[in-house]
Design a protein around this ligand. Structure first.
Ligand code: URP
Ligand code: ZN
Ligand code: ZN
Length: 469
């Protein structure tokens, strides 16, 4: 007799963005083919009694092996980054193919595929980063790339090597509208930051903690307001990434109240770190330099409210991995260097889900359904990966994470699988941890071991982003 299923997950509590229910899951050919109680016992079996069975996480903002222009090097490539993601319950990652100014966007994508090929243990898609929207890029390369499945791109309002001017932002938004793509914006006012940085450096205030002073919430608020205004002029959707707190949140919430298609993402660093974490002894604060910077406890509370009230649709890691004790990492310009020369970014691809599960779901701040929505369903929907990814439903890829909701873990860097020499969350205690992770029906993580083959992860072409409110 032909078996109906290759694998059945028995007895677990399944959660999607809309429901929590007891069901068995039948999997065949890498897809979910049945969801019912008491499926026949055949094929491989996983007993999930007492466990939570959730769609694998979709981390829609992470940086792996992204070229840099300051001599630094990202610590995670397409082997260690996705591996670390998988251990943390994530089954799809979306890093960025970044165009260097002067470079063809096609070339940047080709190069990034070479970096990724044959390494990832889980599936991955690419966002683009557009830094040089020439006529060639806007007229030919970008429309063709969108048709080829690169349907979202990030633009910057800060960093000299990445930022666009206002006119360029409008051009990119208009193109996204014409071609049905989604623009993601890093929103911080570049001139405010440059002016404050100059003043701080002239006064000799160059330690890591001044990074937070140089990038105040007002700079983020202004650029957020501008990005939203431009999106309104063009009538295009926009997604503001890594929002750090109330100032920018108010702009987003007000725009959404007016019915604009404005979306927003936040990240663990804005819930679990503050600017005080940049004020450690010596150069240690550099470990927590990221942009926008973590702010204060009131901002943390505001971000929690935004996760609860729907201001945020997406919760990503913004994993940007630089080793601390490394001349190609945080110390690329030396330990005495100004904060302005420290590579921006912190690791978090493995800890994203456990932190939010423990502090959000188990502490009653958000429901389990909302957790799934923020960390899996919404990113899949917004970046054109639905219905394949982001849910547990018949026909979807069997990307599934089985959680032990009671397991108590003290996070240490030694237990993580990234290639970074620290975690910002060292010593943080969480309850609940991903125990078994399946990617397209194959177990890739079990019993604290990776049992999936490196390079088995597939590149995913993204469809049209679903930005209907
Ligand atoms: O500091 C950060 N966030 N680094 C990563 C790059 C980016 O802007 O997302
Ligand atoms: Zn950014
Ligand atoms: Zn980022």
């Amino acid at each position: 007799m032909t078996e109906l299923y290759d694998l059945v997950i028995h007895g677990g509590t399944v959660a999607t963005a809309s429901e929590v229910f007891k069901a068995d899951i039948g999997i065949r050919g890498g897809r979910i083919v049945a969801l019912a109680t008491d499926l026949p016992r055949q094929g491989e079996e996983i007993d999930a009694t007492g466990k939570l069975v959730l769609p694998g996480g979709v981390d829609a903002h992470c940086h792996f092996d992204q070229p840099t222009s300051d001599g630094s090097r990202m610590a995670d490539d397409f082997s260690t980054g996705p591996l670390s993601a998988a251990f943390g319950g994530t089954t799809t990652v979306i890093p960025f193919a970044c165009q260097m100014k002067g470079q063809s966007l096609r070339e940047a994508v080709r190069d990034y595929h070479e970096r990724a090929n044959g390494k990832s243990v889980i599936d991955y898609a690419f966002h683009l980063i557009v830094t040089d929207p020439t006529e060639q890029v806007l007229g030919q390369e970008l429309p063709a790339l969108i048709r080829d499945g690169y349907t979202s791109f990030k633009i910057y309002t800060t960093y000299d090597d990445l930022k666009l001017n206002d006119r360029q932002i409008l051009e990119v938004l208009a193109l996204a509208r014409r071609e049905g793509a989604l623009t993601m914006v890093h929103a911080e006012n570049s001139d405010v930051i440059a002016w404050l940085t100059d003043a701080l450096e002239r006064a000799g205030n160059t330690g890591p903690r001044y990074h937070a002073t140089a990038r105040p919430a007002i700079a983020e608020r202004e650029a957020t307001h501008r990005a939203i205004s431009f999106a309104e002029v063009v009538d295009a959707p926009v997604l503001v990434v890594h929002v750090s707190g109330g100032e920018a949140q108010q702009q987003i919430a007000a725009a959404r109240q007016r019915g604009l298609r404005v979306f927003a993402e936040t990240c663990p660093q804005y819930l679990f770190l503050t600017a005080a974490d940049l004020d450690l002894d010596g150069f240690e604060g550099a470990k927590h330099i990221c942009s926008p910077p973590p702010r204060d406890t009131a901002s943390q509370e505001s971000v929690w409210r935004g996760l609860q009230d729907g201001t945020f649709q997406v919760f990503s890691s913004d994993h940007a991995p630089f080793r601390y004790d490394d001349p190609q990492g945080k110390k690329v310009a030396g330990e005495k260097a100004s904060f302005a020369h420290v590579p921006n970014g912190i690791p978090g691809v493995e800890t994203r889900l456990p932190l939010l599960f423990s502090e959000g779901v188990l502490k009653g701040r958000i429901s389990l359904r909302r957790f799934v929505e923020l960390t899996s369903t919404n990113p899949a929907r917004l970046y054109g990966l639905m219905p394949r990814k982001g849910t547990i439903a018949v026909g979807a890829d069997a990307d599934i994470t089985i959680w032990d909701p009671g397991r108590q873990v003290t996070i240490t860097n030694a237990m993580l699988h990234h290639n970074v020499d620290y975690t910002p969350y060292e010593g943080h205690q969480v309850t609940g941890w991903p125990e078994i992770v399946l990617s397209r029906g194959e177990v890739v993580i079990r019993g604290g071991e990776c049992v999936g083959e490196a390079g088995r992860g597939a590149f995913l072409e993204c469809g049209t982003p679903d930005t209907l409110q």
